[in-house]
Design a protein around this ligand. Sequence first.
Ligand code: ADE
Length: 354
Amino acid sequence: MSHQYQLPPPEAVESLLTWYRKNARDLPWRKDVTPYRVWISEIMLQQTRVEAVKPYFHRFLEAFPDVYALAEADDTRLMKLWEGLGYYSRARNLKKAAIRVTEDYGGSFPADYKELQKLPGIGSYTAGAIATIAFGIPAPAVDGNVLRVLSRVAGDSRDIMDPHTKKSAEEAVLQLCPARSPGDFTQAMIELGATLCGPNTEPCCASCPMGPWCIASREEKTQVLPVRSKKAARRIEHRTVLLLKEHDRYMIRRRPEKGLLAGLYELPNELGTLDRDQAVAFARENGFQPLHIEMLAPATHVFTHVEWHMTAYLMTGYFEETQQRIMASAEELAGKYAIPSAFAAYVKPITKGT
Ligand code: ADE
């Protein structure tokens, strides 16, 4: 049983566009609109707030001003520029897609909604955003913001986590998308869903350009729409993190090529809450002889599917054998190696002031 979104009339879309043109936030990727800039910004904005993205966007474009520069990016530098944004496969896919664009498309993004989706890391949302915003081609760009707006305007109570709902939303948004201004329409829907009709706040229906046509507003259902099925509960993982300090350098290691935070660098850590003696044993397994041991404050980090509850020890001492290991100075921790934010509670105190 499938049904369709009850679409608002064309006046509602006109009202939305007028509102957007008057109220659009001044955001860096809205200037100098090119497929490359739209692509980078949309990938960064997945799962990450606008304010957090801004400085990353500037640094990234300075380092990799075009698709050729990105295709040739040094991996360590690329990951360092992404450090803190999370979901690191996004950065790896950016480089893969850049290589494909230079090799298979002569350096220019394909101006085609379906073709764009063949590139690594570009799904239907990003393809829709690039097609509409950068190329002015009507296409649906449906992310969480847009699903929220549409569910409310249409008074639709289907589960927005269900892929069928998203498919149906894409059909609806394509129908609504005006041929004259697809880019403004996409941005306006996103903007509305990020501001007046935002998540975690009471929507401002009185100022909303689509308020007069909004079923959720009229029927006082903004509290219950959109409907979102419960996510699986996060698993809690206890970990013990070691800062093994020899002279002014700290041991780090590279994470495996597969899985969570693949290929990034990290402080040595192990599952479980180790007491002091166990932590010393773990340090010795790494060839380290501690002379001084300090227990640090516990810290937590929340990932999508797991939460790390960390215990940590700072140990000063020396390494016994000359095994292969990476020792990083405070400057290198700050400027060279990409270390996921999960370790920030322990890395920040070292790198601050570098
Ligand atoms: N979130 C996702 N895409 C966006 C954009 N283009 N502008 C502002 N917020 C966004």
